[in-house]
Design a protein. Structure first.
Ligand code: NAP
Length: 255
């Protein structure tokens, strides 16, 4: 018997990277997957893969920075499926011009909307559906940048991901009485398309040393399978060859 049979999981950012790998892993355990992202084509590809293995996938594209789109997808899940067991609150962005010398009001708004407001909006529509069953799990993909203030992720990505960490803990504080659990996942560098937005190109050799999307999916599946009496509040996963640490070692040796 698949361990997530009858469960419904909403994966945001499910068309690529961590979300894609996690959606496939969760579907492999029998969960029906609702896939959201702005571009429909990658979502259809992932849905096709899941359906091809006998699973169930619903494609619900939308820009999650738009409250109306978030409401529409929440209503679809509530009305058409009737339950939501897990929200993998994973969609996020970064931009090339991410530092204060390049940021504009428009980009500042985009970074907070795409990395914090969108995720918060998804929580607001997921919680009422989860409360109906007095059960639910939310896993947020934040980042190590949500705990540590460093250089390369950029100031507003860092600020937004700190907000995700705070939001996740606040959900446990308020929703534990409703059987709802929240886990914030803090990856270090993961070899996904988001790296293409780095100001400095990342080589294939560097990508190979990083966390891989499948490593994240394995961890997310483990969290999803924990018994309802347990919550993994916060978890970090990073490459042994952590480029931030390596750069610090090199700098120290030059002082
Ligand atoms: N890769 C890393 O090194 C790393 C490290 C720490 C944390 N993270 C976090 O991990 C999460 C997943 O990223 P990834 O590394 O897997 O990169 P990715 O492949 O670029 O995935 C990001 C996903 O989010 C979706 N998305 C972005 N903005 C959206 C919006 N406004 N509405 C709906 N969907 C949106 C994208 O799809 P569309 O473009 O089609 O909308 C895409 O599928 C992000 O939150 C990221 O910040 C990544």
């Amino acid at each position: 018997m698949p361990r997530l049979a009858d469960k419904v999981v909403w994966v945001t950012g499910g068309g690529s990277g961590i979300g894609e790998a996690a959606a496939i892993a969760l579907a492999g355990e029998g969960a029906a997957i609702v896939l959201t992202g702005r571009r429909e084509a990658p979502l259809e590809d992932v849905a096709g893969w899941i359906r091809g293995t006998g699973g169930t996938a619903h494609v619900q594209p939308g820009d999650l920075t738009d409250p109306a789109a978030v409401r529409r997808i929440g209503e679809f899940i509530n009305r058409e499926i009737g339950r939501l067991d897990i929200l993998l609150n994973n969609a996020g962005i970064n931009i090339n011009d991410r530092h204060w010398d390049k940021l504009t009001p428009e980009n500042a708004q985009l970074m907070i909307a795409g990395n914090l407001a969108a995720a918060a909006q998804c929580v607001t529509v997921a919680l009422p559906i989860m409360r109906l069953r007095q059960d639910g799990l939310i896993i947020h993909t934040a980042s190590m940048a949500g705990r540590f203030i460093g250089g390369f992720p950029g100031p507003l990505y860092t600020a937004a991901k700190h907000g995700i960490v705070a939001m996740s803990h606040s959900i446990n504080m308020q929703e534990c009485v409703n059987g709802i659990r929240s886990c914030v996942f803090l990856p270090g560098e993961v070899a996904t398309a988001i790296l293409d937005k780095r100001p400095n190109p990342v080589s294939p050799e560097e990508r190979a040393r990083m966390v891989q999307p499948q490593d994240c999916a394995d961890l997310i599946l483990y969290i999803a399978l924990l018994p309802p009496r347990l919550v993994m509040n916060e978890v970090m996963l990073s490459p042994t060859w952590n480029r931030g640490y390596v750069a610090a070692i090199e700098k120290l040796s030059s002082l």
